[in-house]
Design a protein around this ligand. Structure first.
Ligand code: ATP
Ligand code: MG
Length: 227
């Protein structure tokens, strides 16, 4: 579970044109469920996700991540501990997929595996298959794949180590509707036991989300439970 207390991130703080990317956000997130984050371009969605995942340090405010009895506060957390937290608990699908160009699709999925290679391979194949990637595509390099295939490989990579929290920034942006919905089904299944945060501009993929958060100009405008 996350607790955010009055979290603000200001970019270019030392310049005249300061940007309040997120402003005084106080909220909580449960330890499982699929939560959609929507809002106009530039409203602070990615920034919120970067702060929650320790990739960016808020200018002020506190973030607490708690799993079972262990509560971790981000205030004054060392870079090393942040890295450890990300590696062990968080999975990321970025707006840009960041696949490694000289590795095959399958190698890209297992690149950061923290289990044996055999185990990683079988889990990777299962995930790719669930995401609709054919076996004939496993050995292709990213430049030989379509944008949507690359995106799904990035999703499989993020899910490989079964993170407690999956942060996904526009994970279905390059997918056709049918593939987007199939991908969402996999993420919804995953969200039964884990927290899945999805940023999207396409509200229709959030029809089965547990909650939708609307961000406007750095603040949470609305938060609705859809079920
Ligand atoms: N590195 C940066 N330096 C300065 N300003 C930034 C930086 N990154 C983002 N911003 C600004 O912070 C605000 C929030 O950006 P953010 O990337 O969080 O928006 P977003 O809601 O994810 O937008 P999009 O839907 O386009 O991805 C924007 O005004 C953006 O211009
Ligand atoms: Mg963004």
């Amino acid at each position: 579970m996350f607790h955010l207390d009055d979290v603000t991130l200001i970019y270019d703080i030392d310049k005249t044109n300061k940007v309040y990317a997120i402003k005084n956000i106080t909220t909580t997130f449960p330890d499982h469920g699929l939560i959609g984050i929507i809002g106009p371009s530039g409203s602070g969605k990615s920034t919120l996700m970067y702060c929650m995942s320790t990739l960016k340090k808020p200018t002020c405010g506190e973030i607490l991540y708690q799993e079972k009895d262990i509560a971790i506060s981000y205030t004054n957390m060392s870079k090393k501990d942040q890295e450890q937290l990300r590696k062990s608990k968080f999975g990321f699908v970025f707006q840009r997929h960041f696949l490694i160009s000289y590795m095959s699709a399958l190698e890209n999925v297992i690149v950061a595996a923290n289990c044996s290679k055999g185990e990683a391979m079988s889990r990777a194949k299962e995930l790719l298959q669930k995401l609709g990637i054919k076996q004939s595509e496993f050995s292709k390099k990213p430049h030989q794949l379509s944008g949507g295939q690359r995106q799904r490989i990035a999703i499989a990579r993020a899910m490989l180590h079964e993170p407690s929290v999956l942060f996904a920034d526009e994970p279905t942006a390059s997918l056709d509707h049918t593939t987007a919905f199939a991908t969402m089904d996999l993420l919804l299944e995953y969200a039964k036991k884990h927290l899945v945060l999805i940023i999207t501009h396409d509200g229709s993929i959030l029809k089965d989300a547990d909650q939708i958060i609307e961000i406007w100009d750095g603040s949470i405008l609305d938060r609705e439970a859809t079920i």
